[in-house]
Design a protein around this ligand. Sequence first.
Ligand code: NI
Length: 226
Amino acid sequence: MLLQIPGVLTTEQVAHARRLLDSAEWVDGRVTAGHQSARAKDNRQVPEGHPVARELGDLILTALQRNSLFISAALPLRVFPPLFNSYEGGQSFDNHVDNAIRQLPGAALRIRTDLSATLLLANPDEYDGGELVVEDTYGVHAVRLPAGHMVLYPSTSLHHVRPVTRGARIASFFWLQSMVRDDGKRTLLFDLDTAIQRLSADAPEHPAAVQLTGVYHNLLRRWADL
Ligand code: NI
């Protein structure tokens, strides 16, 4: 499932992020690319562990912890510290699949990348091109979002970023391991949770709400790996 999550960051938070990113040193984005994707990738990044990346990464993770749509859709177990990239002057990232396993920096812990996330920090009127194009079982989706919005998609998907022909496309990107590895199962749980929330809002006294909540938790108990 590909999901757009609006308003992860406020306009003020995006402006703060842009000011800090302007002051950071940027390096060739191939530093975090795997063998195949290093040939496909042409952009710049703030180095992993840079103080600006840490501060803004914490800001994003704090915002996500309070975002019920993100929690319901991702069922996150471990989240990789957010990274920051920029595409300009024709830069792009050709078709690739993200690495399956990533070492968490500074910890003896690896994560399996179940979901990939891109949080835009530039508005669409600041640049041309730069669509994130994701191929999944339902077809090809080209995504271009306002600053502060995020797209979440299965890390199993082939995807690319089209060349940025004007301005700069600045974004944060990261991966996460979900408690529910399988995208189909995770999507079913998300649909069920969404329906339960709707039912609970429209008919709070209806006994089916309790029964369905039980079904949700019992499916999660069957399918979750911790
Ligand atoms: Ni990728």
